[in-house]
Design a protein around this ligand. Structure first.
Ligand code: PMP
Length: 388
């Protein structure tokens, strides 16, 4: 038999999956591992989907998605984020943000092109770059700098071969965010180099403490920015598999070329649900955000009180807890915590080499669940005689 694709063969299995497989063999596990909202999709959104089925809306849509949905997306982004995209030529509705990441890489890259990625970063970026023939060039983000991207690091990473950069703020796994002023310092470098920036903004609605900002708000570089977003996190709609890409018309056209061959159109029922979400679902988003905020405050305060010094994350539903003072590496820490106390967290190195020394804890779980997990983590730290 002939070998399968070398790129696929060399792809590492996801460090998140590896850990879940282990946790699933144990009883009574409190998992703080999963990256999806614990809320069910708001009922009025489900009803809109059911109504669309009753109305016989069971066919393919336009390749880019229903125009009504694209118009709602354009309106939402204009009103909430001051981002301006033409629903007819600059928006493509995709199968989750996941498809968005994949097809934007395929639309941009030639073999050997360099793509700057953050370390730590979300697990899907490096495989997407590799599958599109690109080469990842990491920039290390540090806790000491609140996991933000510094202009001097960006400048130093750019070479003649750089085609694009992938960023994700608010960030999975670190919870780090960039402000408008932080981005303003990157804009001249991005403009001058001409690189594309794929900005994964899937956690935009889960911004706490400060207003969400985006590079797409800067007109000077708007044609170089590709925004990935979707319904999974903000509206608790992970299973509906719906996202979208916002990009300047020529780039959007290239992306649509790929989408039309590999997907045709995103699921129609989900598109009707999404129209309802954008029209009437914002109070639900606000309610969930409030709840996440309570949980974040409780979790971060408890972790710091235990001596696991943790930045206050300004977005997402993740905390990237610093375990360096325990002297354990992150995999040993997570394995032992799971074995002794039946609490599942994700080792930071699942998100890149420089995630070592950290563990990702998700607070997309009920307060009671989080409180019980904290009791167990405290107990674990006592068992290893941890000195704060
Ligand atoms: N980007 C980031 C940073 C994520 O955390 C996720 C989901 N875990 C996605 C993209 C993909 O989300 P979806 O495909 O459900 O829209």
């Amino acid at each position: 038999m002939k070998p399968i694709s070398t790129v696929v063969e060399q792809m590492k299995p996801s460090g998140i999956r590896k850990f879940f497989d282990l946790a699933s063999t144990m009883d009574d596990v409190i998992s703080l591992g999963v990256g999806e909202p614990d809320f069910a999709t708001p009922w009025h959104i489900c009803q809109a989907a059911m109504q669309s089925l009753a109305d016989g809306k069971t066919h393919y849509t336009a390749n880019r998605g229903l125009l009504e949905l694209r118009e709602e997306i354009a309106k939402f982004h204009h009103e909430h984020y001051d981002q301006n995209y033409d629903p007819k030529t600059e928006i493509v509705v995709t199968v989750g943000g996941s498809e968005g990441i994949d097809i934007s890489m395929r639309a941009l890259l030639n073999p050997g092109d360099e793509v700057i990625v953050m370390d730590p970063n979300y697990v899907a970026y490096e495989p997407a770059v590799a599958l599109a023939g690109g080469v990842c060039v990491p920039i290390v983000l540090t806790k000491e700098n609140e996991f933000k991207l510094k202009p001097e690091d960006l400048q130093a990473a750019i070479t003649d071969k750089t085609k694009a950069m992938i960023i994700n703020f608010p960030s999975n796994p670190t919870g780090g965010v960039m402000t408008y002023d932080d981005y303003a310092k990157l804009v001249p470098i991005i403009k001058e180099s001409g690189i594309y920036v794929v900005s994964d903004e899937i956690y935009a609605e889960l911004s706490f403490d400060q207003k969400f900002a985006s590079l797409a708000q800067f007109n000077e570089v708007r044609d170089q920015i590709i925004v990935i977003n979707g319904f999974s996190k903000a509206f608790a709609m992970t299973g509906w598999r719906l996202g979208y890409i916002l990009a300047d018309a020529p780039v959007s056209k290239a992306i649509t070329k790929i989408h039309q061959y590999i997907i045709m159109s995103a699921p129609v029922t989900s598109q009707y649900a999404a129209i309802e979400a954008l029209k009437n679902g914002y109070p639900d988003v606000e309610m969930m955000r409030e709840e996440y905020l309570h949980r974040r405050n409780l979790l971060v305060n408890r972790l710091n009180a235990m001596g696991l010094h943790t930045n206050m994350p300004h977005g997402t539903f993740y905390v990237f807890a610093d375990i360096r003072k325990t002297g354990m590496d992150c995999e040993t820490f997570c394995n032992e915590l799971l074995e002794k106390e039946h609490v599942a967290c994700i080792p930071g190195n699942a998100f890149g080499e420089h995630g070592e020394g950290f563990i990702r804890i998700s607070y997309a779980y009920s307060l009671n669940h989080i409180k019980e997990a904290c009791v167990r983590i405290q107990h674990f730290l006592e068992s290893i005689h941890y000195q704060k």
